[in-house]
Design a protein around this ligand. Structure first.
Ligand SMILES: [Zn+2]
Length: 94
């Protein structure tokens, strides 16, 4: 599992993400790393167990799940969870 290293919003934008937005409940269910952009551009990260958000100074801290965005979560583009695989299959068929 990749470690979160207090990435900036710029680092977040440079990654390769899937096009599907998931709800917080869905990312909790899959337990895959996920990212979401919250209010004022804050980037939240889910490591499969806990939610994190960066703080000033390049560090990050754990936040309660209800403090993270309830929608707008994305997985990496090559994520292999059931939901991402289903999405990719649908795109291939269409
Ligand atoms: Zn996924």
């Amino acid at each position: 599992m990749r470690k979160f290293s207090g990435e900036s919003a710029e680092g977040w934008a440079l990654r390769d993400y899937g096009s599907t937005n998931y709800s917080r409940f869905q990312v909790l269910t899959e337990g895959q790393p996920a990212w979401a952009q919250g209010d004022r551009g804050a980037v939240f990260y889910f490591d499969g167990l806990r939610f994190w958000r960066p703080t000033r100074g390049g560090k990050s801290r754990i936040v309660a799940s209800w403090q993270s965005p309830s929608y707008g979560w994305v997985h990496e583009s090559l994520c292999s969870c059931r939901q991402c695989c289903r999405e990719r299959m649908q795109h291939q068929v269409a």
